[in-house]
Design a protein around this ligand. Structure first.
Ligand code: FAD
Length: 473
């Protein structure tokens, strides 16, 4: 059921919710606008009420009232999601975790941190650092997105190669179930084989199974040395070989391995003030690599030797090593500015897809050919976390054709790219999730068996369908 088919909440239900959270827990008037639209202004929403509980108990009280009155709920974290999952349609209440920002416990000896779901990711990273530990999840939106949001989308980011996705970083979860019951799954254990691993349902659950209110996350030693490198090369085939070469030469020392085609750099240079080309000569592709080590043990010398080997093997044409933090940040700024730079050219057709890393060159070749057949001259801005097989494959109109050049072709292009992804048994949503944006794509691209299993889980936990209706399934 979508919220479109649900009656507007009864006034009695809204009054009870208001009583449960108090006046500070309800957002009204002009303050409501930032909750109801995502950063690019896509999917403007409406909500019957915006509620910000201050504790797990308050969140549970709100959900219980909703269950009793059959009121739907859209959970929201930092509102940085890219698929519209956090934006309600109108008859739901929006439940924001923004007032739940407590670090509950940090245990350096157990390498764990227990925190409220509303803690902003950057704050979690800082808290871990202050305790001499690393919380390695890092994404472009880390100054705004929340722990509950990254858990609910199973966010990836730039350090997945070494530390895994959010799923690999979570040991325990506390959640409010659609009935209003609180499930305390805040285990700090690295081994626990006592049946189904229920927390996994909430990781990547996009708020469709309950509200994540707290979590236990893993911490790691802080790296003592980091080396950031940008290499110029000819194609994705070389990039994939370079990854294998670099990991072999450094004992798996790469934390990030990001591919950018030249067009990415051109768009960043055009649209982002202060950006500059890191190399003297242009190259068809670039790889931004970061390596880290727990000891000050000559990592830089190791990387220089690795790059020499790569030059000799014909895997790269040139490379620059960042000499200091400012240079490293300038290289990362190029990478992190690509999406914003593409926005300057219009919406186009955007894809966040994944294949096996070794299939990336063949995927790009097939997808490029399919796109050019449909829209000759379209520009293909391919970049992303290729160490994880994840490509952000964005198609925009020909140079000078204007921001709406692909409006008529978008659906066809997306379908063609997803067909190619299907031929590699890849994923149509690598790290951004499904939300409302890819809901129909999911219905079309997942097997009937998978969809039936997902619906069975949804119906078992949320028989009334009150949790984030119209999203994902
Ligand atoms: P929201 O956007 O508020 O919500 C996202 C989804 O989770 C919604 O379905 C919502 O209902 C649900 N949800 C939120 N909180 C809860 C909760 N407590 N309980 C239950 N459900 C909840 N993503 C990546 O994976 N990798 C990247 O590198 C990356 N880079 C980005 C860069 C930029 C500039 C931006 C704007 C986004 C980027 N994203 C990236 C996408 C986005 O930041 C992530 O999806 C993030 O995890 C969303 O967190 P949030 O707190 O903003 O969640």
């Amino acid at each position: 059921m979508t919220s479109k088919q649900r009656a507007a909440p009864a006034q009695a239900a809204l009054d009870s919710i208001r009583n449960a959270v108090g006046p500070k827990g309800v957002v009204t008037g002009d303050d409501a606008a930032p909750f109801l639209s995502e950063w690019r202004g896509r999917w403007p929403g409406e909500a019957a009420m915006i509620v910000c509980p201050a504790s797990t108990e308050e969140a549970a009280a709100v959900v219980k009232i909703c269950a009793e009155h059959n009121v739907a709920i859209t959970p929201q974290g930092g509102n940085t999601g890219l698929v519209g999952g956090q934006i309600p349609f109108g008859d739901e209440i929006l439940l924001s975790l923004k007032r739940m920002r407590r670090i509950r416990e940090i245990e350096p000896l157990n390498n764990t941190m227990t925190l409220d779901a509303g803690v902003v990711l950057a704050q979690a990273q800082e808290t871990a650092k202050d305790a001499g530990r690393l919380f390695p999840l890092s994404i472009g939106a880390e100054g705004t997105c929340q722990i509950g949001g990254v858990i609910s989308t199973n966010a990836g980011g730039v350090n997945v190669l070494r530390y895994g996705n959010t799923r690999d970083l979570v040991l325990g979860i506390e959640a409010v179930l659609p009935s209003g019951e609180i499930w305390n799954g805040l285990k700090r254990l690295r081994k626990d084989n006592t049946g189904y691993d229920l927390k996994q349902l909430f990781i990547g659950g996009e708020g469709t199974l309950g509200i994540v209110t707290g979590a236990v996350v893993k911490l790691f030693p802080l790296p003592a040395e980091k080396v950031t490198v940008c290499a110029g090369l000819e194609n994705a085939e070389q990039a994939v070989r370079l990854l294998s070469h670099a990991q072999g030469a450094t004992g798996g020392g790469a934390t990030s391995f990001e591919l950018m085609r030249r067009i990415c750099l051109n768009l960043v240079l055009k649209h982002i003030p202060g950006a500059r080309d890191p190399m003297n000569e242009p190259h068809a592709c670039y790889v931004l690599m970061e390596f880290s080590s727990g000891q000050k043990s000559g990592l830089r010398a190791q990387i220089e030797a690795m790059l020499e080997g790569a030059l000799e093997a014909g895997l790269i044409a040139d490379a620059v090593i960042a000499e200091n933090d400012a240079q490293a940040q300038a290289l990362w700024r190029i990478r992190h500015s690509i999406s914003e730079a593409i926005n300057g050219e219009g919406l186009g057709a955007r894809h966040d897809v994944s294949v096996a890393t070794s299939d990336i060159p063949a995927f790009l070749e097939k997808a490029d050919a399919a796109v050019q057949r449909l829209s000759p001259g379209a520009r293909i801005v391919a970049f992303g976390h290729i160490g994880d097989g994840n490509v952000h494959y964005d198609v925009i109109g020909p140079e000078g054709a204007g921001p709406h050049a692909l409006d008529d072709k978008r659906v066809e292009i997306e379908s063609a790219v997803y067909d190619v992804i299907g031929s590699f048994n890849g994923s149509v949503s690598a790290e951004h999730g499904v939300g409302r944006h890819r809901r129909l794509t999911l219905a079309k691209r997942k097997s009937a068996v998978e969809l039936d299993m997902m619906r069975a889980v949804k119906n078992a936990l949320d028989p009334q369908g009150i949790m984030n209706p119209g999203k994902m399934l």
